[in-house]
Design a protein around this ligand. Structure first.
Ligand SMILES: NC(=O)c1ccc[n+]([C@@H]2O[C@H](COP(=O)([O-])OP(=O)(O)OC[C@H]3O[C@@H](n4cnc5c(N)ncnc54)[C@H](OP(=O)(O)O)[C@@H]3O)[C@@H](O)[C@H]2O)c1
Length: 348
């Protein structure tokens, strides 16, 4: 049976399709513009997938019932990666795509009687952070979401709200449901290939351009990472495994603290590594000054993902072992991503 993927043209989507089709799995990509299919097929082939196993259907997360007009074949699973991803998003637009669009995808999975693999984010596993934002994960209806959108920014808030509302829907409707919670996505563990719109690329770029004189936070702060190929293999396993756990944290436990991550990047780029720290509170104050986010090429929203919490990975580790998959590792992917950045910069 076929797997339907939203967000197929995105950074993670392309790697996931390559992984699934390489294993002989047929995939339908839900695309806003179906003329993206030839490019996507070429990218999938370059990543080692079988382009002949990829077809497309026109759809849009912002349209009622996803704007689907074509009939779908029976599906084994839907993987929902599609999202409006960025900083300073208008809250209504973020909510439309990331909350309403996600619920529409969940309703499609229900009508298809297939598994839903929902891609949320690792902040869903940070219970202290959720509590600080005033979110009770068990009762999304009792959360003051407008306040959360103001405090966390529209991208993160809409991802949290979307995940909790879909979780509730899945529970009420007894959907076959898996939520994969990725850390910030690093480049491919071997080639380092990473899209310029990705947050890690932005961090590498800031370091390369001398915009990172100090390390945000303290020596306890880290930016949890997962290489894109290892995330893709985890999502692929979640889509086809007989009984995956309901939540899978996708995070490389060996991710160094932020200071050492930046030191790895600096060494690879032949730059000076930032040494001293700047408290996050002070950085937030600086970023509140007019023109500073542009000057520092940093958004206050990005700072939320740099934090001190450590996570219980036992459930994910157990799943990976059962699937005979290696545990993700971040160190090589950070070096490979910085090398990839360097080559791109040299090529102009
Ligand atoms: N990257 C990370 O660090 C990270 C970390 C944690 C979680 N995640 C989550 O992982 C997922 C994939 O991330 P990514 O980095 O691959 O994102 P990405 O590269 O920004 O791709 C986003 C995808 O969503 C699609 N999309 C956006 N709006 C849409 C709409 N209205 N209707 C249909 N499709 C729409 C885009 O399609 P078009 O080609 O039409 O624009 C694109 O395929 C997202 O849900 C993200 O929140 C990412």
């Amino acid at each position: 049976m076929t797997i339907l993927i939203t967000g197929a043209t995105g950074f993670v989507g392309r790697h996931l399709i390559a992984r699934l089709t390489a294993a002989g799995q047929s995939v339908i990509a839900l695309l806003r513009h179906t003329d993206q299919l030839p490019t996507l097929r070429r990218q999938v082939a370059e990543l080692g997938g079988q382009e002949a196993l990829l077809t497309a259907i026109q759809g849009n997360l912002d349209h009622p019932r996803l704007g689907l007009t074509d009939t779908l074949p029976p599906l084994a699973a839907i993987v929902h990666l599609g999202a409006r991803f960025g900083w300073k998003l208008p809250p209504d637009e973020a909510r439309q795509t990331n909350v309403e669009g996600s619920l529409a995808v969940a309703r499609l999975a229900q009508s298809q009687d297939c598994r839903l693999v929902f891609i949320s984010g690792f902040m869903l596993a940070n219970t202290r952070h959720l509590a600080e934002l005033g979110i009770n994960p068990e009762a999304p209806d009792q959360t003051s979401w407008d306040r959360v959108y103001r405090r966390a920014g529209a991208y993160e808030a809409s991802k949290l709200e979307g995940a909790l509302r879909v979780r509730q829907f899945a529970r009420d409707q007894q959907l076959d449901y898996v939520e994969v919670q990725p850390a910030t996505v690093a480049g491919h563990s071997q080639t380092g290939a990473i899209d310029p719109a990705q947050p890690l690329y932005n961090l590498i770029d800031n370091l390369a351009r001398g915009r990172l004189a100090r390390v945000p936070g303290t020596p306890d702060h880290w930016l949890p990472l997962i290489p894109v190929d290892q995330l893709a293999q985890m999502i692929a396993a979640a889509a086809v495994a007989p009984q995956p756990p309901e939540q899978l944290l996708a995070l490389a436990d060996d991710t160094p603290n932020l200071q050492n991550t930046l030191a790895l990047v600096a060494k690879t780029l032949g730059r000076k590594a930032p040494t001293g720290h700047i408290p996050k509170g002070l950085l937030r104050l600086l970023l509140a000054l007019p023109g500073m986010p542009q000057l520092m090429n940093t958004s206050p929203e990005a700072l939320n993902f740099i934090q001190t919490t450590r996570f219980d990975l036992s459930q994910s580790q157990h799943f990976l072992q059962a699937q005979a998959l290696a545990e993700p590792s971040a160190t090589n992917a950070v070096i490979a991503s910085a090398r990839f950045y360097s080559k791109q910069a040299a090529a102009g």
